[in-house]
Design a protein around this ligand. Structure first.
Ligand code: ADP
Ligand code: MG
Length: 698
């Protein structure tokens, strides 16, 4: 049965070798099955008819039923056209053609009923339907329900494989294979969740008779897709929990105890304590830890990471902390080194810009075990970086490392080191379940005490003078201020000019010697950057004008105002990150979002969201709705995003149900040995075969 579905597409009637090659190259269709799973991306409603008198005169497709009354040609040369007056019980509209009349005209029959389908357009101030699809009513076949629209490409269209052409292929395929499409979900799951069969669903997604059939088909296919994804994630998790041994960190250890009792900069929050307990349980279990630490900006993830790493070091292992950017890595290095000074531990920083000689020294120190804690960027992943005895890896990520990269760190020791992944900003629940579904999750759901909520205000450019007035008031109160400009790669030069203009404007309104203004941007030499940063950190300057270099890292508790220029150009999570730079001291803090007067609907929504809430978890949900999972998670994660029909932004509920179903199934029959799970077992094995990463982990 499966053989039939694996038939090369070339052998489908109407395809042949040349079109087959195009289908493969352009849209990845190699087999019957691929075509069957090439779902329409939208549908035209062909089930009902519009009345001419109440046509929606916009660019939507309309369907009419009526008769042709009069056909005439007019114009000359390029302006020649053919017009047919079309009439139903409610009124008339013109159908027009600008070319090909020699074939069309002789076929038009007056006073016979037609179905007309097309888009109403405004043409020299009257509405008409150019180049409509005309079908004699008596010859109508299946064109009654929703008509599938397939995405195509220019090259495919050139070979008549536009949407209609693909539709034709699908219509040729389905009768050939109908009756041979196997069910892959266990029957009990279909029954429990009221799902139609796979075969029915595939028919219903391509050729739905009506809305209801389409809805059922779509639900079934979305569920199936998400179910297998969740099953895979849970299996990974299961496998690593069951089969993978991990190092035991038995004691909290000397470094931890000393640090905790004598050098803690502040008392841990309850949430931080809870998370450390969860991690500690993993360390004692002799199982490999694979844990995600979620927490809002400023919730104190770094300190948790540090304490965790100290436990590893106390048990005689090396620990590593990996960050997504050099700036962030350097920042971690500095603050951690400072905190650990009294402990006499060796900490090293490894990034892409470490010179060869220094790098060699680090490599050696890692191999002979003299370096106990390594901090760095993805330079850590390189094969040349080898440890004497790596026990724990903490990944401080901005959703930037994929599953494959994580797995790479596992190989840095004979027994895989424990892994703790920290997110920079919270991730929506459905995405966390999907992208990190193979991990255990800990959440820091509490901010350190004494943080005053930040007031966020959205202001238009026209309020700039008032903004400067407000900044002056704040400076008089002794506060410091960030003014941040976007610097987006694509428009770097322009952005740079904006930054410089902005700096000039600020310098003019805040003249020396009364005011001191710092500037920091990516084009400065590192020493100059550092110098300016330090002036601000020490409180010698009151205003820091910068690009997003300060997005991550910088910690200046006295800074209580964050002005974000051209805020509409920043994404929500970036805005939230930037806002997180203030509100760290005891003073009331402000975030001011400056935008142009004209905002897109989405831009406005982003500003409103920022003004309404400080809660990163809520912001991440809105972000998902606005941007979709692809933009949110970054391309590294694309493997998980190859979803054919489900939509992680919209189908949160189905994700949850699918995950529960997958979990129940694994609990009942973890190795799919029950006869009722035979089919499922085959499908799972196929998935595993296709994902090489799996083989290693299992
Ligand atoms: P994030 O979770 O965004 O990485 P950080 O770890 O950078 O947050 O912590 C943000 C700030 O909060 C830092 O200045 C840190 O020193 C401080 N901090 C962390 N934990 C506590 C705590 N328990 N009490 C007070 N301040 C804390
Ligand atoms: Mg952090």
């Amino acid at each position: 049965m499966n053989q039939l579905l694996q038939t090369p597409i070339e052998f489908l009637k109407g395809v042949g070798p040349q079109r087959a090659e195009l289908l493969q190259k352009e849209i990845g269709i190699f087999t019957f099955k691929d075509l069957l799973e090439y779902y329409p991306f939208r549908y035209l409603d062909r089930s009902s008819y519009h009345r001419i008198s109440d046509l929606p005169y916009v660019d939507t497709s309309v369907q009419l039923r009526g008769v042709l009354k009069e056909v005439k040609e007019s114009g000359v040369g390029r302006f020649k056209k053919l017009t047919a007056r079309f009439e139903d019980a409610s009124g008339t509209i013109d159908l027009v053609w600008f070319q090909g009349f020699q074939w069309i005209k002789p076929n038009l029959k007056l006073n016979v009923e037609y179905q007309v389908f097309g888009k109403a357009k405004l043409y020299s101030s009257t509405w008409n339907i150019p180049h409509p699809e005309l079908t004699l009513f008596s010859e109508l076949t299946i064109r009654t329900g929703l008509q599938a629209v397939y995405s195509s490409t220019e090259k495919l269209s050139a070979r008549n494989l536009h949407s209609k052409g693909i539709e034709k292929l699908v219509h040729a395929l389905i009768p050939q294979i109908y009756g041979f499409i196997p069910e892959i979900l266990p029957e009990w799951i279909c029954t429990q969740h009221n799902l139609i069969s796979r075969e029915k669903a595939l028919l219903g997604i391509h050729i739905p008779k009506n809305e209801q059939e389409f809805q059922q088909a779509r639900l079934r296919l979305k569920f199936e897709e998400l179910f297998f994804l969740q099953l895979e994630m849970l299996l990974r998790k299961e496998v690593s929990a069951k089969k993978l041994n991990g190092f035991v960190f038995k004691e909290l250890g000397e470094p931890f105890n000393t640090f905790y009792s004598q050098h803690m900069p502040f008392e841990l929050t309850n949430a931080q304590k809870k998370v450390i307990k969860e991690i500690r349980k993993d360390f004692l279990s002799a199982k490999h830890m694979n844990r995600l630490l979620q927490g809002d900006v400023g919730s104190g993830k770094t300190l948790v990471a540090l304490l965790t790493m100290l436990i590893g070091i106390g048990s005689g292992f090396q620990s590593a902390l990996m960050a997504p950017t050099e700036i962030l890595a350097a920042q971690h290095f500095e603050s951690i080194q400072q905190l650990l000074t009294p402990l006499n531990l060796k900490v090293a920083l490894l990034t892409g810009s470490v010179k060869k000689g220094a790098r060699k020294v680090i490599h050696e120190g890692l191999l002979d075990g003299s370096i106990q804690l390594l901090i760095g960027t993805h330079a850590l992943l390189e094969d040349t970086v080898q440890f004497q005895n790596l026990g724990l890896v903490v990944i401080d990520e901005q959703h930037r490392f994929g599953v494959a990269q994580r797995a790479k760190m596992w190989r840095k020791n004979t027994v895989p080191p424990h892994v703790l992944i920290m997110t920079a900003t919270p991730i929506p629940r459905t995405l966390a379940m999907t992208f990190y579904g193979d991990l255990e999750v800990s959440v820091i759901d509490e901010l350190p005490p004494g943080r005053k909520p930040i007031s966020t205000i959205h202001r238009f450019e026209s309020h700039r003078m008032r903004l400067f007035g407000f900044m002056k008031e704040q400076i008089t109160l002794g506060r410091q201020i960030y003014v941040v400009y976007p610097l987006i790669k694509e428009s770097e030069t322009l952005d740079f000019h904006n930054l410089m203009d902005g700096f000039e404007a600020v310098s003019q309104s805040f003249p020396m010697p009364e005011y001191q203004v710092s500037i920091v941007h990516g084009k400065m030499r590192p020493e100059d950057k550092e110098f300016e940063m330090q002036r601000f950190v020490k409180g010698e300057t009151q205003i820091m004008v910068a690009t997003t270099v300060i997005e991550v890292g910088v910690n200046v508790p006295n800074a209580s105002v964050m002005v974000i220029e051209s805020a509409e150009r920043f994404g929500l999570s970036q805005l939230h990150q930037l806002r997180g730079r203030v509100g760290r001291g005891a003073e009331k803090s402000y975030c001011i979002l400056m935008t142009g007067e004209k905002l897109s609907k989405e831009g406005l929504k982003r500003m409103e969201t920022m003004v309404q809430t400080n809660d990163g978890f809520i912001i991440s949900e809105v972000d998902l709705q606005l941007r979709g999972p692809g933009d949110l998670m970054g391309t590294q994660q694309s493997g998980v995003l190859d979803l054919k029909i489900a939509d992680l932004a919209r189908d949160g509920q189905i994700v949850t149900i699918a995950r529960d179903a997958a979990r129940n199934l694994i609990q009942e029959d973890a190795d799919f040995s029950m006869p009722k799970h035979q089919k499922l077992k085959e499908s799972v094995q196929e998935i595993l075969r296709k994902k090489p990463n799996w083989g290693r982990i299992a």
